[in-house]
Ligand binder design. Sequence first.
Ligand code: F0G
Length: 437
Amino acid sequence: MSSLRCIACGKTYPLFEIRYACDACGDLLEVAHDRAALRAQRDGAGWRALFEERLRAVAGPHKSGVWRYHELILPDLALDEIVSMPEGNTNLYRVPRLEAESDTALVRVKHEGENPTLSFKDRGMTAGVSFARRVGARMVACASTGDTSAAMAAYAARVPGMRGVVVLPRNQVTLEQLAQPIASGALTVSLPTDFDGCIRILREVCARRPLYLLNSVNPLRIEGQKAIAYEIAQQCGWDLPEWVVVPVGNAGNISAIGRGFDDLVELGLVPRRPRLLGAQAEAASPLARAEREGFRERVRVVAGATSATAIKIGDPVSYDKAVRAVRASGGHFVAVGEQEIHDAKALVDSDGVYICPNSATAVAGFVKARAAGTIARDERVVIVATAHGCKFSNATIGYHGGSLPGIRPARANRVVEIEAEPRALERLLEAGEETGR
Ligand code: F0G
């Protein structure tokens, strides 16, 4: 049986209790699985064989890229208690233009934007909402920069009698992201504050009302997100890359991915873990600053404007978990500027892999670490693209149209407006031939 365990003092609590923090010291909780029981079930080769076998599942929960690893995610939840779309099974793409430009032998992008609601959040939500249903929650809630809310609203909509409540920072999520919870029928609330303000208010209300909180402070969410690490390992033939790069906002995802790799090492599926590179936008980079200051104390900032709106967070909830995961892996945090984010996005987009500005922050973080020599030419790299470019049309259109203040669109691919007649199109094509376009 798994339990909840405080990451600071180690106090444990029953798994099926609604609890987001330690009673004794107030710190974050994590789900602790019975590792000895898992080791007794199978050795590493046995686990690998089981997960390979399940890749052939054509129906049922094992078809999900989360629940294929059921025993490592939430073994105490029966398969028929799971709310799944299904999610995961996202592609891993080579990105030749990025490889060439960064002079790196092998770079792949794990495109989490290919999940049902177009972001990695679906992995955490299938775990969180399944658990919520099991403990009888009728109302689930989250504060969000736009992706958690889209995922939670959709998964809640799959459960008869469950209502979603999403709390969003006004004018700080994209139009596409705002549309998602509205479409799924969630109570959609907009507050005149930023994400950090939204979550502060919601946590207070959740402590007083029967609202089940599904932000990543909820340790069940993290369990689902660990599956990104498992899938990367399986797609790489259980031969892990040297580096995994992740964009960091509230810091739940990088913590989850770190834990996922730990599980694989401890259960003998892989011999070592990759190093983690956590990337933040300069305007919202408390963790990168903390690293520059030697992690002496917890850094909180007021997040400034960035095109990477989904990671515009100044006081990440999973700060301590993320610092631990990155340091244990021998990795780093890095901050990148707006121009670097846009250039990185345009470059990966031009490989036909359409990513969002948040994902591009990870790409830019990789480019910077590679240029600094932190990452070597022959080290293999997997970059986690966390959401789909289609959720952030404004960033793409703005860049290519040259309308983003302060951004030089070196890779601009402008829309050409012509008359509605064949000759106009032919003239354009001829001109293109001359210029070699
Ligand atoms: N990328 C995207 C597209 C995100 O939506 C988020 C987080 C992150 C990266 C960062 O992940 O918070 O686990 O470090 N979005 C949250 C939300 C905050 O509300 O959708 P993290």
